[in-house]
Design a protein around this ligand. Structure first.
Ligand code: 6PG
Length: 243
């Protein structure tokens, strides 16, 4: 385990989400500056986090300084229930006061290759650079049962080492196209918070934490901040197979 990696295990998903929310608030209070760029993950797990942020931190986080981005998005309409943006809008943005210009959604309705270029340009035009790459303050990631993270899937591991900032991926089972940040942007973040809950993730967590050979084919295994900090927020069921 890298020295800049921490593993925190909590009894329940909601507790893990509360701790992620507290960690976001702590980062903002410890590093006062005019703007913070935070990339969100999709799927179902972050929904609990968004609810905690909207209920417990509505007044404690300076939302006007926060710019929200995504680590990945499904190539669907922003009105689709599949949309990561819609999930964040319904569970967070509509419940806090955040300027619309602070929400930088990936436009899933656009032609995928064109949108990957457009989103990459928006990132370059907005974020400061570190190690000659755009640097996010915080990137929140989830873990798929197959070991994917963002939308980098095991059968497309090359996207982790892609030259570009953003790439077009496709879900291995459904074929659904996705836009994803690539590994070099993910690993350039100042803070990466991996939020992983549920028994269904236990096998992957065990492979990654135990540094099994099987882990090396998992995109999530290759998340290793170049100069930032990685914190795993895991509930007990997901941690149940760590030896
Ligand atoms: C997505 C996510 C993806 C997600 C994992 C875990 O768009 O699906 O960004 O990487 O984090 O699939 O999803 P759950 O939280 O639903 O298990």
């Amino acid at each position: 385990m890298e020295p800049s990696t921490e593993v925190r295990i909590y009894p329940k998903p909601k507790k893990a989400c509360k701790k992620v929310a507290q960690e976001i608030r702590k980062y903002i209070s410890e590093w006062p500056k005019p703007r913070y760029d935070i990339a969100l993950s999709g799927g179902s797990t972050p929904k609990k986090l968004f609810k905690v942020l909207s209920k417990k931190h509505r007044e404690t986080i300076p939302w006007d300084k926060i710019h929200f981005w995504w680590g990945d998005e499904r190539c669907v309409s922003p009105e689709s229930d599949e949309s990561n943006y819609k999930m964040a809008k319904d569970n967070l943005f509509l419940k806090i006061s955040i300027p619309e210009r602070n929400v930088h959604r990936i436009k899933g309705e656009n032609q995928p290759e064109t949108e990957a270029e457009r989103y990459a340009a928006e990132i370059r035009n907005n974020l400061k650079n570190k190690n000659r790459l755009p640097v996010f303050d915080i990137i929140i990631l989830g873990l798929g049962e197959d070991g994917h993270t963002a939308s980098i899937f095991p059968d497309q591991l090359h996207l982790f080492h892609e030259e570009k900032l953003c790439a077009v991926a496709s879900h291995p089972d459904t074929g659904q196209q996705r836009i994803t940040l690539t590994g070099k942007v993910l690993n350039n973040a100042k803070r990466i918070y991996f939020l992983v809950t549920g028994e269904s993730k236990a096998a992957r967590i065990s492979e990654i934490m135990n540094n099994d050979d099987a882990a090396k084919s998992l995109p999530a295994y290759h998340i290793e901040p170049v100069s930032g900090v990685l914190v795993w927020f895991i509930d007990e069921p997901a941690a149940s197979k760590i030896s």
